[in-house]
Design a protein around this ligand. Structure first.
Ligand code: MG
Length: 303
């Protein structure tokens, strides 16, 4: 195996999703530090640009209301403003260390421990921290909105700004950049082909966020031109990994991806049964909000 993201079947890499969202506030330094504490050696985080082309670690294009308080300690009454319109100083006024108990989001993560005072990290801050941990594998998901371009910088700018930081911190060998907006990955391939790329996909019946052949999310690509195979299409883009929604993955596609030396990292796998099933299918990576749970199940499966 020449691909650093491949793993032996039954021994997948566990990636903490947004740090470890099930146990600590998402995309916070506390969540990232927790992974190190429990010995999980890969992380997934979300990145977009704030004003002035500063990459920051945050999932939503609007400041999220579900886990954000303003400078006065009040819950945001609605999502917003746009992250792209805010400078880092503006973003630093928000406390993202606790979920608003009145939201559905809070109900979904009953075990999450608050970290009052937690701030939105910049990508530079995260990479500076990650530099000291030579064993950490970093999946940077670039958030880009193909259907609503006013929500952020262009794919080319996002790719350039993230690549510049990854190179500045000398982390190219242990970073993989992923995106649902494959235009970002095409731009990155042009600008910094040495940085590994992973194509995210979602294909559940009737879902608005599905990838569509020939559509913008897929950068106009169509699997019909690759024998009807999504793994073949992605491998032909020079990618190192495919990140399908775990319930979309078939044994046939997994086998084809592996035949093409493409790693398959599934998201977001949180239930015991689903984690066990993905381990036994032979995926290369499991992206989960509960990395300690996955670690435990993996230990049990291997023992
Ligand atoms: Mg993500």
């Amino acid at each position: 195996m020449t691909n650093f993201l491949r793993r032996t079947a039954g021994h997948p890499q566990i990636y903490g999703h947004r740090g470890a969202r099930g146990v600590l506030p998402e995309n916070t330094m506390a969540g990232f530090a927790y992974l190190r504490d429990i010995g999980v050696t890969a992380v997934e985080l979300d990145v977009q640009n704030a004003r002035g082309r500063v990459p920051v670690v945050l999932h939503d294009p609007l400041v999220p209301m579900a886990h954000t308080r303003d400078a006065h300690g009040n819950w945001l009454p609605a999502p917003g403003p746009k992250v792209i319109d805010l400078g880092v100083d503006d973003l630093n006024r928000y406390d993202i260390g606790r979920m608003n108990p009145a939201t559905d989001y809070a109900a979904r993560y009953p075990q999450q421990r608050p970290q009052d005072g937690a701030r939105i990290p910049t990508l530079a801050e995260f990479l500076d921290w990650a530099q000291a941990d030579a064993g950490l594998l970093i999946n940077i998901e670039i958030k880009s909105h193909a259907h609503q371009p006013d929500l952020g910088d262009t794919p080319a700018i996002l790719a350039e700004d993230v690549a510049t930081l990854v190179q500045r911190y000398g982390l190219g060998a242990r970073v993989v950049v992923s995106s649902f907006d494959w235009r970002v990955l095409s731009a990155l391939r042009q600008q910094a082909p040495e940085i590994a790329r992973a194509h995210l996909s979602f294909e559940q019946p009737g879902q608005e966020t599905n990838i569509v052949d020939g559509g913008a999310l897929m950068d106009g690509l169509d699997r019909a031109n690759f024998g009807g195979s999504l793994p073949a299409l992605i491998a032909a883009q020079g990618a190192k990994a495919w990140c399908p929604y775990f319930a979309d993955l078939t044994p046939e596609d997994l086998a084809q991806a592996h035949a093409l030396d493409l790693a398959v990292n599934v998201w977001t796998v949180n239930n015991d049964d689903d984690i066990r099933r993905m381990i036994s299918m032979g995926v290369d990576g499991i992206i989960t909000d509960y990395p300690a749970r996955a670690q435990h199940l993996l230990g049990a499966a291997v023992a």
